[in-house]
Design a protein around this ligand. Sequence first.
Ligand SMILES: Cc1cc2nc3c(=O)[nH]c(=O)nc-3n(C[C@H](O)[C@H](O)[C@H](O)COP(=O)(O)O)c2cc1C
Length: 192
Amino acid sequence: MTTVAVVYHSDSGTTKLMAEGVHEGVASVAGVKAQLYVIERSEIIEGHFQNEALLDSLDAADAIIFGCPTFMGDVSGPMKAFLDATLQRWYAHAWSGKLAAGFTISGTPSGDKLNSLQSLITCSMQLGMIWVGLDQNPVNREGRNRLGFYLGAGGQPVYGSDEPRLQDGDRETGVAHGARVAQIAKQLGSGA
Ligand SMILES: Cc1cc2nc3c(=O)[nH]c(=O)nc-3n(C[C@H](O)[C@H](O)[C@H](O)COP(=O)(O)O)c2cc1C
C-alpha cells in the first residue's frame, strides 16, 4: 500500500492544526495509508534530533510532507535539527526517489514563509527527493491558497483566543495539498 507520512513541528499549535488538515487530505485518497509524526523539542538533545525510530518509520514511506512554523524567517529550530538528522539517509541515498512536499505557518501573511519552503526544498533535493508543489490557484481572500504560495501550503494563525486557531482557507489548502501528494504517490506507486 502507498504510504504518505506527514512530519511536523509546532510550538503553540497552529502548525499542528495544519498538519492534521494535510493528514486528513492524505487519508481521503483511497488506497493510501496516512501517517502523522510530530517532532518534539524534548527530542532535541544538545542540539541534535534524537528519535531514530521516527526516522526509521519515514524510511518506509513513499512520500514525506514536512511542516513547521516559520521562525525568524526560516524553518523552526526543531525542524532544522530534524533535517540535520537525515544526514545518514543522505549518505545512503535512502530517501532518493521519494516524494517530498511541505507547509509552513507564520504570523503575518508573508512572514518570509517562502524562505522556509525553500529550505525544505533544498534539503529534499539534497536527499534526492522529488518535490510536489501546491496546485491551487487563489480564488479569493479567504479560500484555498489565499496567501498565494505554490512551493507548498502557507498558513496564518487567527490570534486573539486561548486556543490555537488557523484560518479556515489555510486548513482547506492543507487538506488539498495532502490529497494531491497522496494521489501522485499512488499513481507513481502503481505505475499508472
Ligand atoms: C521565535 C519566533 C519567531 C517568529 N518568526 C516569525 C517570522 O519570521 N515571520 C512571521 O510572520 N511570524 C513569525 N513568528 C510567528 C509564528 O510563525 C506563528 O506564531 C506560528 O503560528 C507559530 O506556529 P505554531 O503555533 O505551530 O508554533 C515567530 C514566532 C516565534 C515564537
